[in-house]
Write a protein that binds this ligand. Structure first.
Ligand code: IDP
Ligand code: MG
Length: 154
């Protein structure tokens, strides 16, 4: 299925790591049927985070956002699958957990916008940019899961 090759960039933020939610978050994407194609554990620099959040540089919360995101290790990942960018955002829930529906990751696991535990790309274009910032080409793995024929129609 060629359409199933769309990729998104998902990252467990420092609060998600500190709160021991890494496994739970990975499990949601895994159980859904999406394919993990890259993952690392890293303490990101402010320089990288400023590039990652460049679109928000003029926002009043930007300095606090960079401080929060560089306060500890994170788990950046790339997930692949049909409509994974859009569906990934739905799985995350609204940016502000006060508005995130129950059943979503943010709706179930956090309370405030400045500690919302997870990042997910908002478009295919930003996913490409973000994947390029956090991973080298070699770190993104092409592979075929054993269950693929049971996740997708022909
Ligand atoms: P998103 O993460 O759902 O794509 P964006 O608007 O791209 O939301 O904002 C990036 C991140 O910046 C949010 O996930 C959140 O951690 C933080 N953020 C957004 N708005 C606020 C705010 O009003 N106060 C504090 N932090 C914010
Ligand atoms: Mg965003």
């Amino acid at each position: 299925m060629a359409e199933a090759r769309e990729r998104t960039f998902i990252m467990v933020k420092p609060d998600g790591v500190q709160r021991g939610l890494v496994g739970k978050i990975i499990k949601r994407f895994e159980s859904k049927g999406f394919k993990l194609v890259a993952l690392k554990f890293t303490w990101p620099s402010e320089e990288l985070l400023k590039k990652h959040y460049a679109d928000l540089a003029t926002k009043p919360f930007f300095p606090g956002l960079v401080k929060y995101m560089s306060s500890g290790p994170v788990v950046p990942m790339v997930w692949e699958g049909l409509n994974v960018v859009k569906t990934g955002r739905v799985m995350l829930g609204a940016t502000n957990p006060a508005d995130s529906a129950p059943g979503t990751i943010r709706g179930d696991l956090c309370i405030q916008v400045g500690r919302n535990i997870i990042h997910g790309s908002d478009s295919v274009e930003s996913a490409k940019k973000e994947i390029g910032l956090w991973f080298t080409e070699k770190e993104v793995i092409n592979w075929k899961p054993a269950n693929e024929g049971w996740v997708y129609e022909d």
